[in-house]
Ligand binder design. Structure first.
Ligand SMILES: [Zn+2]
Length: 353
């Protein structure tokens, strides 16, 4: 009997010990824009599009899980400003295979292979191969498999292997654990880690485009990517994606690529119509964020960037835009929550500190 009491006391003690830290540490999430450049052109040192979502608790500065959504030009540089080395990223999600969203990824993986080849592997989550009606196939799987081919062909991978034979023989691609999904018009869970759940939905921009939602006990964020409406040109009720709106219902934060209505084909920018119409306009994003009930709208991938005199080769009718121009456009859509006109490293923490 005494023995049983002792065992019960031991079990109770263990349960208390295990439960105690959980009760003390409040869950939190930080969403940071790692790059806000709108599209392939370069401007004023802005990094290419990407969003880092960190989740954890007060004790680890919300950083137990680190998820990178898209990895445009300069992603590693922005992550370095956040003290997040490539080895700490748990998963990379791609919205689509346009180079402005992907061309910082080889940098990240080359570094990870160079210094952390023993692992763990990084999960790369993206759409399965998608054939376009235009006759080509978009393949994240091939992009990943051939990520470091240039470094293999230059001889660098062999040279570095000769210096450290514990590195993976196939180069950076060997450090990737690929997770693909068939993107559909309903949200599906594509990745989980502890309390964190990531869902994806198909959206329109180019073949294979997907948008994501991260749900955590601290809150939720939707990363729309470059999604636009399934109806590719007016007449239509909105330039935003119905699928993203479905995904975003009740989400705390919406991060979304943005085009300013001043770039519309009838206003004289000279931008090719398809390039304009396949993005979501700032005013329509404000309306969507309101309908979805979001608290924060983070505008990123701004076309054109604030202060730019041109968007690549195209004019900006009326001259460079200001932060207020974007804010006003989003407010015209009816959104009364917190609007962040994205700059590199802009962040939202849930709950606010
Ligand atoms: Zn883009």
């Amino acid at each position: 009997m005494k023995w049983l009491t002792f065992v019960l006391a031991l079990v109770a003690g263990t349960v208390l010990l295990a439960a105690a830290p959980v009760a003390q540490a409040a869950p939190c999430m930080i969403v940071t824009l790692t790059g806000t450049m709108g599209g392939p052109p370069e401007f004023n040192g802005l990094a290419g599009p990407g969003t880092l979502v960190r989740y954890g608790d007060d004790a680890n500065n919300c950083s137990a899980v680190k998820m990178q959504f898209d990895a445009g030009r300069g992603t590693v540089m922005r992550l370095s400003q956040l003290n997040v080395p490539p080895a700490q990223v748990n998963a990379v999600f791609f919205t689509h295979m346009h180079s402005d969203h992907t061309d910082g990824f080889a940098d990240l993986m080359q570094l990870r292979w160079h210094f952390n080849s023993k692992g763990p592997k990084v999960d790369v989550v993206c759409s399965a191969d998608t054939a376009s009606i235009l006759g080509f196939t978009i393949s994240c799987q091939k992009f990943v498999a051939h990520l470091a081919d240039a470094y293999i062909h230059s001889g660098e991978i062999a040279q570095r292997l000769s210096e450290d034979k514990s590195r993976l023989a196939g180069g950076p691609a060997d450090l990737i654990h690929l997770v693909t999904f068939e993107a559909t018009n309903e949200p599906q869970v594509v990745w989980t880690s502890g309390d964190v759940k990531v869902s994806a939905i198909r959206s329109t921009h180019m073949a294979g485009h997907a948008s994501y939602r991260v749900d955590t006990p601290a809150g939720s964020v939707v990363i729309g990517g470059d999604a636009g409406n399934d109806t590719l040109a007016p007449p239509r009720t909105s330039s935003t994606s119905d699928e993203v709106e479905k995904l975003a219902q009740g989400a705390d934060i919406i991060v979304h690529s943005t085009i300013h209505p001043i770039m519309a084909p009838d206003k004289g920018s000279g931008m090719f119509p398809q390039g304009y119409y396949r993005q979501s306009a700032a005013s329509d994003l404000g309306a969507m964020a309101k309908r979805a009930g979001a608290k924060h709208l983070m505008l990123t991938h701004l076309i054109p960037p604030v202060g730019a005199e041109r968007q690549g080769p195209w004019k900006i009718p009326g001259g460079a835009l200001t932060e207020a121009d974007y804010r006003t456009a989003a407010q015209e859509g009816g959104f009364t929550g917190n609007i962040i006109v994205g700059t590199d490293l802009a962040s939202v923490r849930l709950p606010a500190k």
